[in-house]
Design a protein around this ligand. Sequence first.
Ligand code: ZN
Length: 171
Amino acid sequence: MRCPYCASPDTQVKDSRPAEENVAIRRRRICPDCGGRFTTFERVQLRELTIIKRAGRKVPFDRDKLLRSVEVALRKRPVEADRIERMVSGIVRQLESSGETEIPSSAIGELVIEGLKGLDPVAYVRFASVYRDFREAADFQEVLSEIARDTPEVEAAMPVANGQATAAKRH
Ligand SMILES: [Zn+2]
């Protein structure tokens, strides 16, 4: 495994242990050239998946890209990395077991929205607002009231979303 810091071709595994309830192996690695430390995960891949983008272009499914977009939505939110990994693994398993090898990106987006709904309400609104391309204050209100049913403190936790909704109303 190439070092992500200095691109040295050889890094050493310091330890390996099961992660995510034994569906993954977590390896801590160290680079002998720069001393950089990083972690890799080994997982079963049941089948190769292809994503069909909105414009019709096809790209190979990339778990890391999915994880990164989920992490962007969860930035500065109090959710442990392990729970995020489990959510992403759950999405991948749903995709792999769907029987389809070509999956529209919209289907993945909806799975992420569903996953974030249970994980963190603020991240859920962030992702849904970008993903569904909210244009109207009513779109925000709909989602806010949807999650407010489960978590009454949500509106107080989201001044940005409320601010945008208010600003949009003034137009
Ligand atoms: Zn290095």
